[in-house]
Unconditional design. Structure first.
Length: 110
């Protein structure tokens, strides 16, 4: 079973047990799970049933994930340069992510 979820303006395909990096968010220190309720599509290949597609979201469908860690991506260098002007600027950036494991996919209510 898999689901396509919208999170932070991106669409993410999630299957049960998969480890995914999502955009960092402020959840508090004690939060151990995240619930995604913006489910765009749910498909169950085991039951050979047709995929259920929302318009735009499926009501009653959700995906739960356990928070594993807070990580940073590799460093990206941002360089500004103008030739013959003596102008150079260098800045680095590391994007923050949450590493989560999908624990449960709940289909829409009939």
């Amino acid at each position: 079973m898999y689901a396509i979820v919208e999170d932070s303006g991106t669409q993410i395909k999630m299957t049960k047990g998969e480890v995914i990096d999502i955009d960092l968010r402020d959840m508090g220190d004690k939060a151990k799970t995240i619930t995604f309720d913006r489910v765009l599509m749910v498909s169950d290949a085991e039951k050979k049933s047709a995929a259920k597609v929302g318009q735009p979201y499926l009501s009653g469908a959700s995906v739960k994930a356990d928070v594993l860690d807070q990580i940073k991506d590799r460093k990206v260098d941002v360089i500004k340069f103008k030739r013959r002007k003596g102008y150079k600027r260098k800045q680095g950036h590391r994007q923050g992510y949450l590493r989560v494991r999908v624990s449960e996919i709940t289909g829409p209510k009939a």
